[in-house]
Design a protein around this ligand. Structure first.
Ligand code: ZN
Length: 416
């Protein structure tokens, strides 16, 4: 990219500098050596990532109007980009790692209030994830924020979706000017999550054989994940709230013949923790998406409902629903236990499933630790814009989804 010519700068010794003192002397054709140019303000930020890097080859770039300004990201991940001229409207911050850096780029929408404000934290996704335990120990998996966010079925693996209606297995987008995500996960101290078979809340018998089959699937799933996600709990040890039979800090599994399509995984609705984004996104999103809402929220309970007891023997179904209650959406981009497009089906979590779930959990933890509003979206946008040359926000056709899925396919709900 062409560089905006930068005058020699003297760094201010204080972080917040909103008004520029441009030149000490007036009436000269050009600044003399005694004159000092001060920036309009400083955009301060901090890059954090789960990848191992000291940011040796990472550039922070601000493009704002005709200004195109860069600064090196320091070894601790911090950066200060000095903004020369006054800004209005919106600008763009990109975090641009060199080719050997193990992180994806970042892309952040800026508003004038970001200049001179407290440093914002940008959470970036690793390019690769190495599974450290379990069946896939040692496997290196490429992480693809674009595919994880823009799955061809909704919600995507990382919880992104357009409002849609569902008829059988056909998903039809009802409003392509809205783009939303629920970025969900259990608090780190929730594991292993207590799981109880809810015989009291079921409308059919859960047999001992059903229980054995269920826990066999859990064992296979945990071997794939490489960690202990679940722990069997007696039903009487699980706190159940109210008439809706909602467990607290636990998962219950029910037989429910009213479930129309085999199985459903339900989690609590997201309490709102919305990312700060411009309300009118049409000016920068690159598509007709106008409103973007992304909430990041803890999961506090999960309910799995199976239509018939025979489904306890369906390993893919049981594990699929358990993945939903861990916060994963659907997939159609890699072989997956979460596939929802009648292809790429796996009965167990695949290495990409395991890696993208782990990265999602780590990015959520980093977002919360740093109270970051430039979290998962910065990575998704960065991968789309900087690496792939796409618009920040995906567009979508209004009809979407697996038109010819098997008749016995199931559907799942994500907290609604
Ligand atoms: Zn599902």
């Amino acid at each position: 990219m062409p560089m905006h010519p930068q005058p020699a700068l003297t760094r201010p010794h204080f972080a917040v500098l909103l008004l520029a003192i441009v030149m000490a002397a007036c009436g000269e054709d050009s600044p003399g050596p005694q004159d000092v140019l001060l920036p309009f303000g400083t955009l301060q930020g901090q890059v954090v990532t789960s990848a191992e890097t000291n940011f040796a080859d990472v550039t922070a770039r601000v493009v704002w109007g005709s200004q195109n300004l860069t600064a090196a990201v320091q070894s601790d991940g911090s950066f200060d980009v000095e903004i020369i001229d006054a800004v209005s409207g919106f600008g763009m911050l990109t975090i641009e790692p060199g080719p050997n850096e193990p992180i994806h780029p970042g892309w952040v929408l800026l508003s004038p209030g970001d200049v001179g404000a407290n440093p914002g934290t940008v959470v970036l996704a690793p390019k690769m994830w190495t599974v450290d335990s379990g069946d896939y120990a040692g496997v290196e998996v490429p992480i693809d924020p674009q595919l994880a966010a823009d799955g061809r079925v909704m919600p995507s693996f990382w919880g992104f979706y357009f409002p849609f209606s569902q008829n059988g297995f056909l998903q039809t987008v009802t409003d392509n000017s809205e783009w939303a995500a629920e970025f969900r996960g259990w608090p780190p101290n929730a594991f292993p999550i207590p799981v109880a078979l809810d015989r009291l809340g079921s409308d059919g018998d859960i047999s001992a054989a059903d229980s054995i089959a269920f826990w066999g699937h859990v064992e296979v799933m945990e071997a794939a994940l490489g960690w202990d996600a679940f722990a069997p709990a007696p039903l009487e040890d699980v706190r159940i709230l109210g008439g809706a039979r909602r467990p607290a800090d636990a998962i219950i599994v029910q037989l429910d013949s009213s479930v129309a399509v085999r199985g459903v995984g339900v989690i609590n609705r997201a309490d709102v923790r919305t990312y700060g984004l411009s309300a009118d996104a049409t000016t920068w999103s690159g598509t007709n998406v106008r409103n973007i809402s992304v909430v990041s929220a803890d999961i506090t309970y999960g309910i799995i409902r199976l239509e018939t007891s025979g489904l306890f023997s369906d390993r893919q179904l049981v594990i699929h629903e358990l993945m939903h209650v861990l916060g994963a959406g659907h997939g159609c981009s890699w072989a997956s236990v979460q596939t929802y497009c009648a292809s790429l089906l796996s009965d167990v979590p695949t290495a990409p499933d395991v890696a993208h779930l782990a990265v999602m959990m780590e990015m959520r933890a980093l977002e919360l630790e740093h109270d970051s509003r430039w979290g998962i979206l910065a990575s998704v946008f960065g991968h789309r814009v900087v690496t792939l040359g796409l618009t920040p926000v995906p567009g979508i056709d209004l009809t979407y989804g697996p038109v010819s899925a098997p008749a016995d396919w199931h559907r799942s709900g994500g907290g609604r």
